[in-house]
Design a protein around this ligand. Sequence first.
Ligand code: UT7
Length: 330
Amino acid sequence: MITRAVVAGLGTYVPEAVLTNQDLEKIVETSDEWIVTRTGIRERHIAGNDETTSSMATEASRRALRDAKITAEDLDFIVCATNTPDTIFPSTAARVQHQLTEKPIPGFDLQAGCTGLIYGMETASALIKSGKYRNILVIGADKLTSITDYEDRTTAVLFGDAAGAFVLQANDNTEFGILSSYLQADGRGGDLLIQPGGGSLMPASKESVETRQHYLKMNGNETFRFAVKALPEAVEEGLKRAGLEVGDMDLLVPHQANLRIIDAAVRRFELSPERVVINIDRYGNTSVATIPLALQEARMEGRLHDGDVVVLCAFGAGLTWGSNVIRWGR
Ligand code: UT7
């Protein structure tokens, strides 16, 4: 008997407020033209002061639970991928549990840069395959604007806030669900994308605040070079592990960090526009939330059919990269 983790529900949350490229022109020295041509981003949504990673995650989770037609009390586990937890501890997973239900549910936060969602799906899939858990909530939520330096034009234009959540469910004897995953991490590139301050290496101090060490720092060029290689590798390796090839892939749902990175993969794999999801223009880089957001959009547009081979793939801080290959359907 093959037990697989199938996607039983998907929910997303995007904050209301929109920050356009024109708005950013008033904050840093940049232009709509530069941002659009170099990144593909036109606008992004930003969370209000009263919104946190856990509040966005909770709303996305409620929607995913409704979609799966189960309640929070049915959940056996919560895996929350985030790089901007409400607090270093307690975990965002525990905060979401508390906001969803009074019933205790085991859970933890998982931090793997923008690849966290991919790691979360594989973790939940393995827990389900162990036979011990049947309903797992996998969340990808980040309030990246809380660590974005609006005095640094090289990063300020890139990021937005959002959350997404999957309900993964054990299904016995099914052709559907997560077929394979490919995960990688290589710390040699750790300094390319980093929040230097706030951890045990550099605890908060007057100096760390004054020198802006609590903000995200990125070597854009080097990260770009890495991503252009990592994305196709993740797609090919994930498919290989499922016994499939690029030609078998019906839909590619790539992490939305830069349109040029996605375009490079599209050219390499010779994908027609129907076989790739792109929505970076309206949300920017929302870290672990880009993939659920893009997948949900594809679903709403009727682009997902039972039996389709869907590949989720991402790359990010760590450096990390990876993919999940899913046969769509429940
Ligand atoms: O999700 C995590 C993974 N993250 C990524 O994958 C991001 C990967 N990197 C990138 O997407 C790109 O490297 C960026 C979008 C961050 C930068 O694009 P780029 O084409 O690599 O630009 P650049 O850093 O090479 O900078 C080119 C020029 C520089 O000016 P000079 O030195 O040529 O005079 C920059 O100072 O563009 C300048 N520049 C800007 N100009 C206007 C940098 N940022 C801006 C800006 N507005 N916002």
